[in-house]
Design a protein around this ligand. Sequence first.
Ligand code: SF4
Ligand code: SF4
Length: 72
Amino acid sequence: MNHVEIHRDECKGCAVCVAACPHGCLVIGDTLNLMGYQYVEFVGNDRCTACGLCFTVCPEPGALVVYGMKKV
Ligand code: SF4
Ligand code: SF4
């Protein structure tokens, strides 16, 4: 199954990935990470197509990893 792993303490909660996901798989949660940001959460277990858009637009290296992403 396609999956996005969130490395919550690398995330600044900018929500760029939330806006980029065409399937509503990502949301900003209520919990704060170690840096004091509300980090993103993956909620799209059966909807994620592993398109990689969230990874591509994220400005924080390592904040998220897409599993199942097709090679291009
Ligand atoms: S890989 Fe694509 S479908 Fe999956 S969460 Fe990221 S943007 Fe959304
Ligand atoms: S994962 Fe990246 S793009 Fe998404 S909210 Fe966190 S820092 Fe922003």
